[in-house]
Design a protein around this ligand. Structure first.
Ligand code: NAD
Length: 484
């Protein structure tokens, strides 16, 4: 029997947000597209084992936390009764519905969907493992193979074992009484929140001196303070030296700022970062170049060192976020179609879905200073917001980073409930090159959390209503900044 090879204009490798966005855009631009996905279901880590399932769980976490808070306001719902099977089923239903939607969109766009693992034989040909076809030849490929959790030295992830990575933790095998989370980053904190709200006593071990290293400490502080209530313990500047898994528990040896170095847990979750899936796919048979961390080097059109191959998403490096991957996917597809598209962004918003949530876009105060910008901050503490108090989130803060010479918005950071939807205003304002007056003179509905964004801009200008913070030198009136 002869070898069966499919010929196409564009082969997209990987069916996560970066890959399917690239495939859809390429097809919409009239290109002939094959989408090769190693897994049976489309959606990648984000839809199958990441963003979406975790958000289904975090929705319940929010509900439980708010119900508990309501007891202080005179409404006591009592302790929740949790049916884990039903909860998991609900998650599967949400995921299943979205997977079906993606498959349907592929069909409608006449995209050839291939289940199998693609391995490059040369720049314009991959052979397939586990597929009905043998190979695909193409004019261009878009590589979108994503990332996987970083393993920790000496740790073995056994199937159904007590030591879990983020993906097995999302299967919610049980609600362990004592859970250790190694890593106080995005994933560690989101999963710690889910398990804590379901009733686990959660301990977090973080290698650096605080949660979410690298992020604005002023924004992280309220989250860290809340963590002291939610979690059994948080150990900073600490690492786990040894794990010993037995039938009923995991014994760990901690090294760092801990009162008790040897501790036992029912389960352990390891979330210490992610690494790109660039190995084992035959890139050595192409001219694709990797950096020292294994990420693919790309130009602004997401073209790799190989003129026939583009790369998008987690494999191109931080931030490893689905929305950045989707944007890159479209850029690559448009570039292949001959359009002058480029990845030219000022702000990639990011959200950590904890309680309170953390969100930011653009430059942080520290980054702006490092770039030598004249920086001035506009802050609005949520304790002065009626909506935030009604919502039970007085710890929130909206922080705007301005260039003090031009009044241009450089960055926005928010901590507080509902930050996830608010941050888009910041991203849009930064992309549009908005100045403080644009935010301040845009009427925001009252009472909403979004008002904290215009009031933070007013605080910078010296015209805030609900806080007293006068800036020397200027007030806003009739759309002009006037000297006083
Ligand atoms: P991360 O890089 O966000 O956090 C890892 C944390 O582990 C860091 O704080 C690090 O200091 C700590 N750490 C490293 N080694 C350690 C050790 N030996 N002991 C204790 N702590 C250690 O990584 P993550 O949480 O695994 O997330 C991975 C990626 O997934 C991130 O890059 C993020 O972009 C993405 N993600 C995003 C979201 C979201 O957008 N809401 C959610 C989850 C994940």
């Amino acid at each position: 029997m002869g070898e069966e090879t499919l010929h196409t204009q564009v082969a997209v490798i990987g069916g996560g947000p970066g890959g399917y966005s690239a495939a859809f855009r390429a097809a919409d631009l009239g290109l002939d597209v094959a989408l090769i996905n190693a897994e049976k279901r489309l959606g990648g880590v984000c839809l199958l084992r990441g963003c979406i399932p975790s958000k289904v769980y975090l929705e319940i976490t929010e509900l439980i936390n708010q119900a508990r808070q309501a007891a202080d306001w005179g409404i006591d719902f009592g302790e929740p009764e949790i049916d884990l099977n039903a909860f998991r089923k609900h998650k599967e239903e949400v995921v299943g519905r979205l997977v079906k939607g993606l498959e349907h969109l592929c069909e409608q766009r006449n995209i050839e969907l291939i289940h199998g693992r693609a391995i490059f034989e040369e720049s314009q040909r991959v052979h397939l493992e586990g597929a009905d076809l043998d190979a695909v030849e193409f004019e261009h490929a878009i590589l979108a193979t994503g990332s996987r959790p970083v393993a920790l030295k000496g740790v073995e992830f056994k199937q159904n074992g007590r030591i879990m990575d983020s993906e097995s933790a999302l299967d919610l095998p049980e609600v362990p009484e004592r859970l250790l989370v190694v890593g106080g980053g995005y994933i560690g904190l989101e999963m710690a929140s889910v398990y804590a709200s379901l009733g686990s006593r959660v301990t977090i071990v973080e290698l650096t001196e605080g949660l979410l290293p690298g992020m604005d400490r002023e924004l992280v502080k309220p989250l860290q303070r809340k963590g002291e209530q939610y979690f059994e313990a948080m150990y900073f500047n600490t690492s786990v030296e040894e794990f010993e898994e037995s039938e009923n528990e995991v014994r760990v040896q901690l090294d760092g700022e801990v009162d008790q170095p040897e501790q036992n847990f029912d389960r352990v979750l390891i979330a210490v970062g992610r690494q790109p899936n660039t190995d084992g796919i035959g890139l050595e048979n192409t001219s694709v170049e990797l950096d020292e961390h294994g990420f693919v080097r790309v130009d602004e059109q997401r073209r790799t060192g190989d003129e026939h191959i583009y790369a998008v998403g987690d494999i191109t490096g931080e931030p490893m976020l689905a929305h950045k991957a989707m944007h890159e996917g479209k850029v690559a597809a448009e570039a292949i179609a001959g359009q002058p598209s480029a990845y030219d962004v000022r702000a990639v918003p990011a959200v950590v879905y904890t309680d309170p949530q953390l969100a930011w876009a653009g430059l942080s105060e520290e980054q702006a200073e490092e770039q030598g910008r004249p920086v001035e901050i506009g802050r609005f503490p949520w304790r002065a917001s009626g909506r935030a108090l009604a919502k039970g989130s007085p710890e929130g803060l909206t922080k705007l980073i301005f260039d003090s010479e031009t009044n241009r918005l450089l960055g926005m950071g928010i901590v507080g409930r509902g930050a996830e939807t608010m941050i888009s205003e910041g991203a849009l304002a930064i992309e549009l090159g908005a100045v403080a007056e644009d935010l301040a003179l845009t009427i925001h509905p009252h009472p909403t959390l979004s008002e904290t964004e215009s009031e933070a801009a007013e605080a910078f200008l010296g015209s805030a209503t609900h806080i007293l913070q006068r800036k020397k030198g200027s007030t806003v009136s009739d759309g002009k900044t006037t000297e006083t």
